[in-house]
Design a binder for this molecule. Structure first.
Ligand code: SAM
Ligand code: SF4
Length: 329
């Protein structure tokens, strides 16, 4: 699939549920209303949709959420999608998780063909971790990380850079990831969805973070890419990599290869735009995939050039009404 701007679309992220066992302060409101179960695609329908994208040339599939591992029977979806790895049609099957269920599922994920996981850890301090996630237990996530490592999974740690919340921890996180063999990626907060606080208070530009880190660490730009939007630097002192995802200070749309599917079958061609295509209706129109295939081709032809996020004190509304847990990170 090639979009109107000549970009090859080879990466699909699928939010398999909008539900989550955490309520991270930058992602959700304390009191969230989740989708009625009837609106959510079954695991069989998600498999059929993902398989259609694989047929159209998607090489990398990431399951996310909400929290993908809280969806009932989720391993059956990983197992069935694993067949595309075996056939060679798919190059990578992966997930983004908060780690709360990793201890339970790490071995099963490996069996399904998963080789890498992204785990979100915004603080290494148990109380602070609880404050950010409102419900999370850092010790449980640490057990999950150990299980992932023991199972042979490569681990990437995602941390959202939050002003005045975790900005004093990046040195410690770099050292910890260096010891554990994890890659650390810092993410700027994106203005998605109503939360209970003002985002301008949370926003921390990574250009500033990087400048600060360079006082203590030697960072050399790296060509390393994982197919996502992160730009990496090698940390001489640990030998590890640090990634920066900067939707606000540096727009990465020109190299965007991704589209995102929600658990109701809505396809967002851009994380930062409202335009979307409904794939649930053509999916449910019949067992034949002709209508679905046509809808996918039509949607890709509408992929926009890019997004234009701003976090501005004069704007008291988020740039987009939907939360990150709808389209997944
Ligand atoms: N629950 C899983 C997790 O937390 O990893 C997967 C879904 S979560 C929406 C995916 C990623 O998006 C996480 O790394 C999270 O930190 C990030 N995220 C959520 N809301 C965000 C926001 N408003 N700005 C930037 N990143 C956000
Ligand atoms: Fe849940 Fe992930 Fe959002 Fe946190 S960032 S509330 S773990 S979906």
């Amino acid at each position: 699939m090639i979009d109107p701007f000549g970009r090859h679309i080879s990466y699909l992220r699928v939010s398999v549920t909008d539900r989550c066992d955490f309520r991270c302060v930058y992602c959700m409101a304390e009191d969230m209303t989740f989708l009625p179960k009837a609106d959510v695609l079954t695991l069989e329908e998600l498999d059929r949709l993902c398989s259609a994208f694989v047929r159209h040339g998607v090489k990398k599939l990431r399951l996310t959420g909400g929290e993908p591992l809280v969806r009932k029977n989720i391993m059956s979806l990983f197992d069935s999608l694993g067949r595309h790895l075996k056939s060679g049609a798919l190059e990578e099957l992966t997930l983004t998780t908060n780690g709360s269920q990793l201890a339970k599922y790490a071995d099963d994920l490996v069996r399904a063909g998963v080789k890498r996981v992204n785990v979100s850890v915004d603080s290494l301090d148990p109380q602070r971790f609880r404050d950010i996630t409102r419900r999370g237990d850092l010790a449980v996530v640490m057990d999950g990380l150990r299980a992932a490592k023991d199972a042979g999974l490569k681990v990437k740690i995602n941390a959202v850079a939050l002003k005045g919340v975790n900005e004093d921890e990046y040195d410690e996180m770099i050292a910890w990831c260096g010891r554990e063999g994890f890659t650390l990626t810092l993410i700027e907060t994106m203005p998605l969805g109503e939360i209970d606080q003002d985002r301008t208070d949370q926003y921390l530009p990574l250009s500033l973070v990087r400048a600060r880190l360079q006082r203590r660490w030697t960072l050399d730009d790296s060509d390393f890419r994982t197919g996502g939007p992160a730009r990496y630097a090698r940390i001489a002192e640990t030998g590890g990599l640090i990634g920066f995802i900067t939707p606000l200070t540096h727009n990465f749309c020109e190299s965007c290869n991704r589209v995102r599917l929600t658990c109701t079958g809505t396809l967002f061609m851009c994380l930062g735009q409202d335009d979307a295509a409904d794939l649930r209706a053509p999916l449910r129109a019949g067992a034949d995939d002709a209508k679905l295939d046509a809808a996918i081709v039509e949607a890709i032809a509408r992929k926009p050039k890019g997004h234009d996020f701003i976090i501005d004190r004069r704007q008291d509304k988020p740039a987009l009404a939907r939360h990150m847990s709808v389209t997944g990170g």
